[in-house]
Design a protein around this ligand. Structure first.
Ligand code: ATP
Length: 397
């Protein structure tokens, strides 16, 4: 039920009761019945809550102890290196405290979705032989003030007790989507979020070097600019590691990792696939390998071939083929439109068009696939003008 409708209901019911009483109707039985229904709802909600917590507990147990190693993460060489260096603080804690260096309490992983932030946190737990406890920012969002803060307390308690039980010296708490609870506090209505964030800050302040198990918080977000400065100040999340979209080399190594358990035809060149999958994240590359294996199965074959990978790239890029019925006139218009893009692209960059398709996929009725581009981080004015011309080529057609 949306929040506003709950609030409307809370306001409407007393008014209705007063109105009925005013009309001379005996409202006592209504109130008793409502109280009984309310009590029943509270009991079911609590049971649901327990079930949800049990679910979360189960999920955490499934998450840890983390077995994933840094070698199982493709690309991201810089991020992995930075993270390993930061984690050495946790491992070499005695040396660090001897020199009076304060413990590292929080590491913030930032970057686009699906680039491997969760994998990094798991690998960090493996590298430091820590217990791994994971939660997502959205798990702390509740309508009732104090519930989120309570969950933060439980999370830290859970990490400590599990580390003691499993006889480990440290625990890593991973909070995904930290921006949900760690957004800037600007006063106003967000009181529940404020309490949750305050609790998180308090728990972080309570982490000491001397204490065992030692706790390290790793958080992930793709909206760092939205975070409250209190979270980012020295002594809290003061290590920021950028987990970027993989470059061609990174894409190739991610594809290799996900190809390990799949039967690939010996002719397949993963370097070429990595080139074709320009701009794909790790999660998308995993999906490409998975979809290619599905296409292979559909063809009743036992080895993934080049065309399966090409179809998988199209699917991940554009979406599944749709069975949208288009009439002749529409097909003609789509063909002219796509050819407009293609002719313009060929005029400006000869040999750049690899495929023109009129099969509807996802939201598109047709599309032009361009040959793999070089990794490019800076664009020239000429390049951007060419892009605009190619885009307008469709309309001209
Ligand atoms: P989000 O921000 O959406 O939570 P994320 O950055 O945490 O995403 P992960 O959950 O770590 O992304 O990755 C999702 C999946 O994508 C992984 O389970 C894995 O299969 C694949 N993946 C992503 N990046 C890599 C990588 N660098 N190497 C190998 N697999 C990867």
């Amino acid at each position: 039920m949306p929040k506003w409708s709950k609030e409307v209901l809370i306001g409407f019911v007393p008014v209705l009761l007063i109105f009925l009483a005013f009309l001379g109707i005996n409202i006592v039985p209504i109130i008793v019945a409502a109280a009984m229904v309310g009590a029943l709802l509270v009991i079911t909600h609590m049971r649901g809550g327990i079930a949800v917590n049990a679910g979360a507990e189960k999920k955490r147990k499934k998450n840890g102890p983390a077995k994933l190693t840094f070698e199982e993460i493709g690309g991201q060489d810089n991020a992995k290196q930075e993270l390993r260096e930061a984690l050495d603080f946790l491992i070499r804690h005695e040396e660090i405290s001897k020199f009076g260096i304060r413990p590292l309490k929080g590491i913030l992983l930032t970057g686009p979705p699906g680039t491997g932030k969760t994998l990094m946190a798991k690998a960090a737990a493996h590298y430091t032989n820590s217990v791994f406890v994971a939660a997502s920012g959205s798990e702390f969002v509740e309508m009732y003030v104090g519930v989120g803060a309570g969950r933060i307390r439980d999370l830290f308690k859970d990490a400590r007790t599990r580390a003691v039980k499993e006889n480990r010296e440290s625990a890593i708490i991973f909070i995904d989507e930290i921006d949900v609870i760690g957004g800037k506090r600007e006063g106003g209505q967000q009181r529940e979020y404020d309490q949750t964030l305050n609790q998180l800050l308090t728990e972080m302040d309570g982490i000491y070097n001397s204490e065992t198990p030692r706790i390290l918080l790793i958080a992930a977000t793709n909206r760092k600019e939205m975070l409250d400065p209190a979270l980012l100040r020295p002594g809290r999340f003061d290590r920021h590691i950028q987990v970027d979209m993989p470059d061609k080399k990174g894409r190739k190594s991610i594809l290799e990792l996900h190809a390990k358990n799949k039967p690939l035809h010996p002719d397949i060149n993963l370097e070429k696939v990595a080139e074709e999958a320009y701009g794909f994240s790790g999660a998308q590359l995993e999906s490409v390998m998975n979809e290619a294996a599905i296409y292979m199965m559909r063809d009743n074959l036992t080895q993934v071939e080049d065309r399966h990978l090409a179809m998988a790239i199209d699917k991940v890029m554009m979406g599944e083929k749709t069975d949208r019925e288009t009439n002749h006139e529409e097909k003609k218009r789509v063909a002219i439109h796509e050819l407009g893009h293609a002719i313009m692209a060929e005029l400006l960059r000869p040999g750049s068009v690899s495929q023109v398709t009129l099969t509807p996929r996802g939201q598109a009725l047709g599309y032009v696939r361009h040959n793999p581009q070089q990794e490019q981080y800076l664009y020239t004015k000429d390049y951007l003008e060419e892009q605009i011309m190619i885009a307008l080529g469709g309309a001209a057609g």
